[in-house]
Ligand binder design. Structure first.
Ligand SMILES: Nc1ncnc2c1ncn2[C@@H]1O[C@H](COP(=O)(O)OP(=O)(O)O)[C@@H](O)[C@H]1O
Ligand SMILES: Nc1ccn([C@H]2C[C@H](O)[C@@H](COP(=O)(O)OP(=O)(O)O)O2)c(=O)n1
Length: 426
């Protein structure tokens, strides 16, 4: 038993060090989403904590952080989501759980995601849960100890069989120029080629059998080129901004073909992929765009094409979900993360419908439909809504044109027809 534990422990330690020297890493704890994360590094010299850090480390209670390791990115993504769920349903109200990550400043793909736990309860519940997590997953747990003004981190073990290692003191660090959640976006949240999204579904086809069916549908699409076709116009916007109303009206008035992304053929799989972590869920939506692109290619040979949501939605929702906290944390406006994928068919015009938050809520209520979880979150989470809209506006090549969708449906249609006439000569 003892041997088994030790070998697992050694394995975890190795896994941790594979992620880079601990000393070159910065840790970020999302202590309060309305402010910057708390950043700290580790040092062998004791360092006094700043006021902000004392709020987290100076309080009573047991402190832990945990990070997930796996060579398989799909397993890692699922384990992270599972742990998040487990911590949220099992820990008591006296426990705070914050998203936490460790990263190397400005180095892409250096982020290791995890959690920071502050347990002020008198029970050993958090330790029991950490113990089970350590046994069943590639989870690395650290605990934090205090002495006077200082706080240090050590590898946590549920049983005292580990020799005391050198103390790593928590050392306040400056804010990173790029918020850590922006470092891993490429090919984890947003995909810039079909091949990269395709690989994700291939990697999880054993655990999610539906992936094979989705890949088959992607394979069935023929290559299309769109030279000399009719114009393709994409309508974007948050839920209930009037996309369905406008796209139906445009279909009638322009004698156009109406398509959407994700396409109808993916509808049976959508719920399944919506319950998966971002890596898998976003790869699914990315592939949906490529299927829709093939349909656009065919249909635009015959008539103008109107598309209800396309890559702007895929990228904007993915970026806004991946980036924690405030709008200022989004990738900078000139970031390559907002660039349209080179292998995805480009539309001639992208229109972004915008309405005030109050009008949007009124329309959502009038419609009286169940909202998707994400939309319910939007309603609750003003920060998230602002980030989606800002990300929409930053996407380039093609950028979107903003349309005020608060007037009557007839007036919105008139405005949009005018834009289409000017920009697409229809
Ligand atoms: N210009 C408008 N003015 C007032 N209400 C509108 C307008 N456009 C749409 N609506 C109403 O708002 C709700 C959401 O519109 P919908 O077209 O379904 O949005 P989306 O497809 O973007 O979710 C519907 O009840 C619709 O009738
Ligand atoms: N082309 C698309 C379309 C939707 N998505 C994702 C983005 C969000 O997570 C949801 C929003 O979809 P929702 O069901 O609210 O959309 P509708 O307004 O019902 O069309 O789907 C996407 O990633 N790519």
């Amino acid at each position: 038993m003892r041997l088994k534990f030790l070998s697992r422990f050694t394995m975890l330690k190795r896994a941790m060090f594979r992620c880079g020297e601990l000393s070159s890493r910065v840790f970020a704890v999302e202590f309060d989403l309305r402010t910057q994360p708390l950043y700290f590094t580790l040092s062998s010299n004791p360092q006094e904590l700043h006021h902000a850090h004392q709020q987290l480390f100076g309080d009573d209670g047991k402190l832990f952080s945990l990070h997930v390791h796996s060579d398989s990115r799909t397993e890692k993504a699922r384990a992270h989501a599972e742990i998040k769920h487990k911590l949220s349903v099992t820990l008591s109200r006296d426990c705070d759980v914050f998203e936490a990550s460790s990263f190397i400043p400005d180095v892409k793909n250096s982020v290791v995601k995890g959690f920071f736990i502050r347990d002020k309860s008198t029970t050993a519940l958090s330790e029991d849960i950490l113990k089970t997590l350590q046994q069943s997953k590639s989870v690395c747990v650290f605990s934090y100890k205090r002495e006077g003004e200082y706080c240090w981190q050590e590898l946590w073990s549920p049983v005292n069989q580990v020799q005391e290692s050198a103390r790593q003191y928590v050392t306040p660090a400056a804010a990173a120029e790029h918020h850590p959640s922006t470092l891993n976006i490429t090919n984890s949240d947003v995909f810039y080629s079909m091949h990269e999204a395709y690989k994700v579904l291939q990697e999880c086809s054993d655990i999610i059998p539906e992936s094979k069916e989705v890949l088959k549908l992607v394979d069935e699409q023929s290559e299309t080129s769109r030279a000399d076709g009719f114009p393709v116009i994409v309508i974007e916007g948050l839920d209930a901004t009037g996309k369905t109303t406008l796209t139906e009206a445009l279909r009638e008035s322009l004698n156009a073909t109406l398509l959407k992304s994700p396409p109808q053929c993916l509808a049976p799989f959508r719920q399944r992929f919506d319950s998966e972590p971002p890596l898998i869920r976003r790869a699914f939506y990315a592939l949906g765009n490529y299927i829709t692109a093939a349909h656009i290619g065919n249909e635009s040979l015959r008539a103008p094409v109107i598309v209800d949501r396309y890559w702007h939605s895929t990228a904007a929702y993915a970026i806004a979900t991946a980036v924690g906290g405030r709008v200022e944390n989004l990738p900078k406006p000139d970031s390559e993360l907002y660039q349209w994928p080179e292998d995805l068919l480009q539309p001639n015009l992208v229109l972004l419908l915008t309405v005030s938050p109050e009008e949007r809520l009124r329309r959502l209520r009038d419609r009286g439909q169940d909202k998707t979880v994400e939309e319910a979150e939007l309603e609750l989470n003003q920060l998230f809504r602002l980030k989606v809209e800002e990300a929409y506006k930053r996407i380039q090549n093609p950028a979107c044109i903003i349309v005020d969708a608060s007037p009557s449906p007839q007036e919105v249609l008139r405005q949009v027809q005018h834009l289409i006439r000017n920009k697409c000569h229809l």
